[in-house]
Ligand binder design. Structure first.
Ligand code: PRP
Length: 213
């Protein structure tokens, strides 16, 4: 048997949907995962190893070849611009990146403060609008920033819109849609092309079937 494929999976909200998609495509990952705190789980029957990673770190593991394949949000790929191949739109965990803030608050004229965990996406977006901004980098609970006067706006993910709504914030502009993508390490793509292509085809078939149904 060939060497196993190692897949970096994002812990948290994407994981469930990704695991369901993998299962439908013929890779049953549920058996070894329940109630474990293990970070590397082996599936010898399927010739797979699964690494459980923070969503923002999946791309790093794949770029450095610690994992052959990863599942990462388009938001993370846009922010990090790493040397990995994006081979498939898995069309799971749809959401979008938006500019939001308190209602009826005009943007300050000089270098408005934008709180975000996507400094590159935010800077690029505002530069294209002709605005120079000051980025306030945060790692989570970004919605706090305008509430406490730390920032004029936030650039963050909107999924259901509930977090914005419950904190009295409104959307100003949508920046881009986001779904999860299958990414591949460029060297693995050459050395394990057969196994990887089979996985891409299996997943692609399920994604197409789900789209037409
Ligand atoms: C994300 C995002 C928003 C929220 C949006 O945060 O940063 O805060 O989800 O989801 P909603 O539109 O469905 O309310 P996450 O839950 O990942 O946690 P974080 O605040 O620690 O980043």
């Amino acid at each position: 048997m060939s060497k196993p494929l190692t897949i970096a999976m994002p812990k948290g909200r994407i994981f469930e949907e990704a695991a369901v998609l993998m299962e439908k495509a013929g890779y049953d990952l549920t058996g070894g995962m329940d109630e474990t705190r293990k970070l590397i789980i082996h599936f010898p029957d399927q010739n797979l190893n699964i690494m459980m990673a923070k969503p923002m770190d999946v791309v790093t593991y794949v770029e450095y070849g610690a994992a052959d394949i990863g599942i990462a949000g388009k938001d993370v790929l846009l922010e990090q611009d790493r040397d990995v191949h994006e081979v498939l739109d898995l069309k799971i965990s749809p959401c979008y990146i938006s500019v939001a803030g308190l209602p009826d608050q005009p943007l300050s004229r000089i270098a408005p403060k934008i709180a975000t965990k996507y400094p590159n996406v935010a800077s690029h977006y505002f530069r294209e609008q002709g605005e120079q901004i000051e980025v306030i980098p945060l790692n989570g609970s970004i919605e706090l920033a305008p509430l406490i006067g730390l920032a004029d706006r936030i650039v963050d993910i909107v999924s259901t819109g509930r977090t914005l709504h419950e904190n009295g914030l409104v959307e100003y502009e949508k920046i881009t849609d986001v779904t999860s993508r299958l990414i591949v390490n460029p060297v693995s793509y050459r050395l394990k092309s057969k196994e990887i292509d089979i996985m891409v085809q299996n997943l692609g078939r399920i994604i197409e079937e789900e789209e037409v149904s």
